[in-house]
Design a binder for this molecule. Sequence first.
Ligand code: F6P
Length: 548
Amino acid sequence: MSKLTSSPAWLALAEHSKEVAPLHMRDLFHNDPQRFEKFSLESGGLFFDYSKNRITEKTMELLLNLARESGLQKRIERMFSGEKINVTEDRAVLHIALRNLDKNPIMVDGEDVMPKVNAVKEKMFKFSDEIRSGERVGYTGKAFTDIVNIGIGGSDLGPVMVCNALKDFGHQRLTMHFVSTVDGDQVMSTLKKLNPETTLFIIASKTFTTQETITNARTARKWFLDRVGNEAHIAKHFVAVSTNAKSVAEFGIDTDNMFEFWDWVGGRYSLWSAIGLPIAIYLGKHDYQDLLHGAYTMDEHFKNKPFEQNLPVIMGMLGVWYINFFGAATHLISPYNQSLHRFPAYLQQLDMESNGKTVDLNGQRVDYSTGPVVWGDAGINGQHAYYQMLHQGSQMVPIDFIASVEHPEIPEPHSTILMANFFAQTEAFMRGKNETEVRAELTKAGITGEAQDALTPHKIFEGNRPTNSILIQRLTPRRLGALIALYEHKIMVQGTVWNINSYDQWGVELGKQLAKAIEGELTTPGLTSTHDASTNGLINYYKRNNPR
Ligand code: F6P
């Protein structure tokens, strides 16, 4: 048994889970009129109700004991002070420095990183102001109308999610485009719509070696040059965001047109860095700073609040409860704001690339489950697709419901109907519908006797299915910043309990290595025989049938 699974806090939870398993949330609510007040809190403009979870006060006490026993407080301090907690890459983990609004220095290798963070911010704001005002123009003197971000993973998902979520705050003249996949279709169909005179390309890649991004960037550059015919105009239309100045220069982008960030910003935590340039251009300085401010507020909350009132800690430990003591393997994110429909995809990378690990910080294979499969889409669509399984299927899927209270742009009755569904679903997952209720309903509908007996089991909802509800007053840059930071810290909490490194991603490397080798084989004539029978068979099928 590992240190974790043999620890007193873990063993106490294992024992306690046997007491909680037979309890139904219906009864817990019935027996405690204060349950909602006890298990809800507000921070950073986010109201968090976690009362519809399979917990008692003792559960929370034991979960927080486990958090304490795992050294969470110390690890939070180590992260915030710039210690190299990403041990396998020997790097600090300092996305928090990118939204650090107090004047405190943050030291890495004896250097305060804040002056260079602030210098890049100023450069971003100057550039975005100029694009927005029309002061900076394309090669024929026209103002930019289209911004194309070419990047993938963390160099795409954050900006695309935020620009979608905050489109009410976006600049009217600007249309944002995001190109990530290498299938060629996405880049070609995007380029088809564009005028080179008024298009700005942002090539976003931390490493500037990512094959998909560099390939798409080359295609965009060729498209541009084919139409413009003059290399000198590249400087006005292509900028780069990267940590790798050498490769940026080799690609042909002047490093004056490069926005820098640093190895202590993880790709999936990078929207707060220069990777956020499309966001800054679209929203403008004020709203972009507000986004950072929201995240900063959550950082302060996370760093300073006792665990009992600490939102990311509570959220993280609830996840641990279900994953490790109830066998939950997945976690659904269900936003009831269409503008947040890319939030689940964003969280997929954030969570699964961070906590999808099976080796602990001591290099030992873990004997407990770690990060869940994170999935989801706009909740209201989910209701008409996969909610059936969530209500009556055989697996427990904890769900985060997210919605805003005010929808100023939306005419009634849309938001009333939307929110009625939000509340109804969380109630349904909690209460369910028992046999007595089903039979009463059927009797009322005139279905009795054998027909009723036959139908009843199919119409029973067990309920007792856990949900968190997050209500945001209005989805503003500040609230969104707090929401994203909440999830970042939740993931950190869980990674700490599981004693894994949430900040590396070696698991993405093998596929990249193999793809490089296979790329050569696909363009070499003759059959391939260097792999297993399946891979050879598939490659050869493709080669035989590919008309090129
Ligand atoms: O392959 C995974 C990954 O390395 C992510 O961690 C990262 O966000 C993404 O690729 C893009 O990397 P880059 O910004 O270096 O192009």
